[in-house]
Design a protein around this ligand. Structure first.
Ligand SMILES: Nc1nc2c(c(=O)[nH]1)N(C=O)[C@@H](CNc1ccc(C(=O)N[C@@H](CCC(=O)O)C(=O)O)cc1)CN2
Ligand SMILES: Nc1ncnc2c1ncn2[C@@H]1O[C@H](COP(=O)(O)OP(=O)(O)OP(=O)(O)O)[C@@H](O)[C@H]1O
Length: 231
């Protein structure tokens, strides 16, 4: 038999105020609000600078960078055993002057790799991954990025190749400020091998990492692998 008397008792007031005095004692993602707002203002300014630097490279500079990146990524994927049939690799469809790796998507697909593209299904959600095939018609997701539509099956990537506007030598990445990749990597278990793709110009001394920032396993620039945190 159950009745009101079986329910656990409630306190008339919280047992102590420690949660308000030291929020991070209870919430591992909690940060000092002043520091959070300073970091986010600093990151906004860096994004502007880095987008300008990427534009300043010019189409030919960006094309040369993309060619070098594709060479390094091809070698890396082969070494990681992910360059052929049986693996699922997430790449990206370029926006905002990101290195255009579309020839690599096509090459890998020819080798039998299953290619995924990240999709924003709705603002604030982790990204989902849908299968891409050469010739697949894409349509803009809510962020305006060309993406497979809802007909394309979901897949779970073994490796995620992630564009980074900025990066530091601890593997932290600066994106466009949505936090979508951090949310996604926090939610994925097991986590895929994560490779950040960046320009040398994107290197920052530090990103002032915050508790929500997920460090990537590797960072690759046109000069080669800049860091590899795999064990
Ligand atoms: N190529 C590519 N695809 C990707 C990402 C990415 O970074 N690059 N994403 C990585 O998460 C997701 C898309 N998220 C995005 C978030 C913000 C903006 C962006 O350009 N924001 C503008 C404001 C645009 C607007 O008017 O709404 C800005 O920040 O100024 C683009 C993509 C999934 N697909
Ligand atoms: N795991 C998470 N849970 C909840 N919010 C998160 C999480 N990760 C990031 N965020 C939120 O996203 C916001 C933007 O994060 P950040 O500045 O790291 O974005 P970014 O890495 O540049 O963007 P993106 O990953 O979209 O390219 C943060 O202020 C944070 O509040």
């Amino acid at each position: 038999m159950s009745g009101a008397g079986d329910r656990p008792g409630r306190f008339a007031s919280p047992p102590c105020l420690a949660g308000e005095i030291a929020p991070d004692y209870f919430d591992p993602l909690a940060v000092d609000p002043q520091q959070e707002s300073d970091v986010s203002r600093w990151r906004r300014a860096q994004r502007e600078n880095l987008l300008a630097a990427r534009t300043a490279l010019g189409a030919a500079g960006r094309e040369a960078a993309a060619q070098a990146l594709m060479r390094h990524l091809t070698a890396l994927l082969a070494m990681a055993g992910m360059g052929g049939a049986g693996s699922v690799v997430s790449l990206y469809w370029p926006i905002r002057n990101e290195p255009d790796l579309r020839p690599l998507l096509a090459d890998l697909a020819r080798q039998g790799v299953r290619i995924a593209l990240p999709v924003v299904e709705a603002a604030g959600l982790p990204l989902s991954f849908r299968l891409w095939q050469p010739g697949l018609k894409l349509r803009p997701d809510p962020r305006g990025v060309p993406a497979p539509d809802t007909q394309a099956p979901f897949v779970r990537p073994d490796c995620a190749i992630i564009p980074a506007l900025g990066w530091d030598r601890e593997g932290h990445r600066l994106g466009y400020g949505d936090g979508a990749w951090d949310r996604t990597l926090a939610a994925l278990s097991p986590r895929p091998l994560t490779i950040g793709v960046a320009l040398a110009e994107g290197e920052l001394r530090t990103l002032y990492p915050q508790p929500h920032d997920v460090a990537l396993d590797l960072i690759v620039t046109p000069d080669g692998v800049q860091l590899d945190r795999r064990g």
